[in-house]
Design a protein around this ligand. Sequence first.
Ligand code: PLP
Length: 336
Amino acid sequence: MNRKYYGKLIFELSHKGRKGYMLPKYGASDNNPLSNLPSEMLRSQKPELPEVDELTVVRHYTNMSNNNFGVDTGFYPLGSCTMKYNPKINEELASDSRLGKLHPYQPVNTVQGVLNIYHTLQSALSEIGGMAEFTLNPYAGAHGELTGLMIIRAYHQERNDTKRVKVIVPDSAHGTNPASAAVAGLSIVEVKSRPDGTVDVDDLRPLLDDTVAAVMMTNPNTLGIFEKNIPEIASLVHDCGALLYYDGANLNPLVGVARPGDMGFDVMHINLHKTFSTPHGGGGPGSGPVGVRKGLEHLLPNPRVVKLADGSFDVEYKNNTSGQVTGTLGNFAVIV
Ligand SMILES: *Cc1c(COP(=O)(O)O)cnc(C)c1O
């Protein structure tokens, strides 16, 4: 690729007296919002800002963006999370002004269309995941893991099965798996992989007892290998009374082909920003919807978007859930 390297900082491009934009001038009148700032809050010296014309600013940032590597300029080789191409029309939809200027606490009768989007996506993800119900509240995959583990913990507590304090994760797992387990107040046990990269079922078997709350699996796993033994692992996990968690960061190759729910997973998250849309990376905006199998729906966090008998939509807060993990209903632009 013929890329010129522009190494100059914007400060090095600065020339005294150059301007790209003039701020409106305020006189010393009552209309000047700056005139009544306390004097001890004011600068004694002008800030050291680069002085550049508009074209220099445009070229500087355009050159910087060309020096950046991303999926628009080449194959994105991030191994753990499978990356998709983001169709540009999705950006346009997400920035539609009719969707961007809503308030999360607006009366529900004024946001029926928005709640319809939520409900439609919840239902679509339930179908894709083979789960009974989804929440779109969590802000990222890691947040989804935490939410899922809170649901699993609530499930065991509801059954007075309070000995279950361990989460088993494969040695190939993404770092967020043990981190989420720790944040959820659970301890972590590692299970080994075989030379072929899949989880070693013989190593897993003796670890499963009545102190295990959950086993977390990623499929295909972080090494990119499809875990063929999930049905066997699922029955071992369920026989010991634990639940099986699906880390959906790599759902991309399974979508429309196979469903975690059908493989025996009880709780899962999907990283919308990995499998579906929005650019991912650098900790940018994400969404980590969480799905649960039948029998766990009541433990999904508040608030919930529900469809009423008359076809309208409502936002529900219920007792006895696993709690609340977000202020409102998650990262709406990513959901769009
Ligand atoms: C990316 C990733 C996560 C964490 O998801 P975030 O949305 O980045 O929080 C978890 N597990 C795996 C396997 C991942 O690749």
